[in-house]
Design a protein around this ligand. Sequence first.
Ligand SMILES: *[C@@H]1O[C@H](CO)[C@@H](O)[C@H](O)[C@H]1NC(C)=O
Ligand SMILES: *[C@@H]1O[C@H](CO)[C@@H](O)[C@H](O)[C@H]1NC(C)=O
Ligand SMILES: *[C@@H]1O[C@H](CO)[C@@H](O)[C@H](O)[C@H]1NC(C)=O
Ligand SMILES: *[C@@H]1O[C@H](CO)[C@@H](O)[C@H](O)[C@H]1NC(C)=O
Ligand SMILES: *[C@@H]1O[C@H](CO)[C@@H](O)[C@H](O)[C@H]1NC(C)=O
Ligand SMILES: *[C@@H]1O[C@H](CO)[C@@H](O)[C@H](O)[C@H]1NC(C)=O
Ligand SMILES: *[C@@H]1O[C@H](CO)[C@@H](O)[C@H](O)[C@H]1NC(C)=O
Ligand SMILES: *[C@@H]1O[C@H](CO)[C@@H](O)[C@H](O)[C@H]1NC(C)=O
Length: 504
Amino acid sequence: MGRQFPFSNPSILLLFLTGVTIFSCSFNVVGGVIGVSWGRQTSHRLIPSMVVDLLLQNGIRHLKIFSTSENVLEAFAGGDIAITVTLPNEGLKHIVNTGVAAYWLQQKIRKNQNKNINITCLYVGSQPFSAFYRTETYDNAVDTLKIIQQALRLNGYDTVVATTPHFTDVLKPGIMKPSEADFRPDLKEKMVEFVSVLNASNAPFVMDVFPIHFVAENKWDIEFAFLDNKSNFSIEDNGHVYTNVFEFVYDSFVTAITKAGAPNLKVIVGQIGWPTDGFPGANVANAERFFREFIPFVKSTKGTPLRPGISIDVYIHSLVDENLSRISLGAFQRHWGLYTSYGEPKYKIDFSGAHRDIYPTTAKGVVLMPKRWCVFKGDKTNLTKVENQVSRACAEADCTSLLPGGLCSQLTFEQNVSYAFNRYFQMNSQYSTNGSSCDFENLATVVTEDPSVGTCKFPVEILAAERAETDGLMKRSRAGERLQASSSSSIVLSLLLIFLLRLI
Ligand SMILES: *[C@@H]1O[C@H](CO)[C@@H](O)[C@H](O)[C@H]1NC(C)=O
Ligand SMILES: *[C@@H]1O[C@H](CO)[C@@H](O)[C@H](O)[C@H]1NC(C)=O
Ligand SMILES: *[C@@H]1O[C@H](CO)[C@@H](O)[C@H](O)[C@H]1NC(C)=O
Ligand SMILES: *[C@@H]1O[C@H](CO)[C@@H](O)[C@H](O)[C@H]1NC(C)=O
Ligand SMILES: *[C@@H]1O[C@H](CO)[C@@H](O)[C@H](O)[C@H]1NC(C)=O
Ligand SMILES: *[C@@H]1O[C@H](CO)[C@@H](O)[C@H](O)[C@H]1NC(C)=O
Ligand SMILES: *[C@@H]1O[C@H](CO)[C@@H](O)[C@H](O)[C@H]1NC(C)=O
Ligand SMILES: *[C@@H]1O[C@H](CO)[C@@H](O)[C@H](O)[C@H]1NC(C)=O
């Protein structure tokens, strides 16, 4: 529950006495919680009710979403899955006072709680100071968190806790020992304020970490990213030995918050994962290897050198691949999924931490479109034309698997072109009434024989997918906008109005 002084508030005391559990962003469950985050920046999404089923089948009782999407939340009504919702960064500036905050909370949290949706935690912004958003600064993130927390208190939301997740790049870079850790000098003032706000409200500090990326940034041996002790590289710090990057990063955050004056602040993990494409070492074998020891580590209550014996709540990033996700750090950002975007598990993982050699269950009810692919006919007489058409396809479709290190990086030129054309054709739902999505100035044709090359799969579109975009607050790529626009301009207009209403 993360509340160190639960009895300081009479209404909370009452809840305790009447035997009602208080929920939060962290749960004081022995062995820690293993939750999953579900991002939906993908052109064809699993239907929310499929995801409810998927989580239940896999024994996952904690979910984080990056919005407050009504249709997603409704699928969780009456179930016991605890949900963390997010006020996206773009919304921070709109929460100008507790009145506005109270209205937003009423619309987004209370209305849903009244439908028996178990919202326990609210993330106010997401990594607002990360280099991801270098072009946009969210200086008001701390103020918004304060306003929201005040509105939660004033309006009796005793079961909801608000906090903000931070990426590892809020830490000073280049340190060699956790004891040297601190917040980055340019962010220090803000982060200290953040920490004291969390400390005062008994909300946990939420850290997001991507081990494969962190070791690469530090030019460390990739073995150090795993927890199976195969790394020859370890770090000694005041008598503590660090054999993996997770404990290193966790204790670096512990050190930074201690230096900020809050040594007892609870630290949980909002996102951790291992991508399967688009980065050196990003593949299913390594992802499986990472989780094989990471989940038992979390469940063991071993803790870290600076926090031995504590339970760490962890949200795995992410449920499915998101092929419209930003790629500012690299193509791997589109390949975080435990599942492919059509709901097939990619590798074995035992969420219970019992080392069972099992695949998670497959999503039920996903229907694919007919087995039709769009391929290059092979006419290379005008290479400029071919290249222009590939660029046109990849400007909208997701071609990240073609990039160096990707699963499809070994294709021949012709196969490359086919891959790009097919991606575009599928994302347009194989639209070919007059050849328009598989034409490419007469360079392409539709075939019924699977052109996949080894592990490089040429996908077929999902039919039973959710495409309506009603949560509005996320950044959308051009492809997403185009999908929306193609529905009808009046729908787009009313969606825009809904976005505005939904925000404030
Ligand atoms: C909501 O989630 C919390 C945390 O997992 C759980 O303890 C509680 O039983 C859930 N509430 C309901 C009504 O299912
Ligand atoms: C954090 O809370 C503890 C206990 O209430 C208090 O002693 C400490 O000064 C607080 N630290 C900050 C930075 O607010
Ligand atoms: C790795 O080594 C540490 C420290 O010796 C130990 O606590 C841990 O259980 C080991 N993990 C595995 C998977 O062998
Ligand atoms: C680690 O050390 C062992 C034994 O000294 C050696 O065989 C192995 O190649 C080393 N591994 C790496 C990744 O350096
Ligand atoms: C090749 O294609 C480009 C782009 O479609 C076009 O501008 C150019 O005229 C073509 N060149 C020839 C020789 O046909
Ligand atoms: C295939 O496409 C990728 C991405 O555009 C490019 O990096 C690679 O060089 C291409 N390979 C061939 C053989 O043309
Ligand atoms: C995203 O992935 C799905 C499933 O593989 C695919 O059908 C869809 O066309 C992809 N979207 C884009 C924009 O590439
Ligand atoms: C046929 O394709 C063209 C673009 O190539 C498009 O402008 C036109 O609307 C399409 N016609 C039909 C009937 O869909």
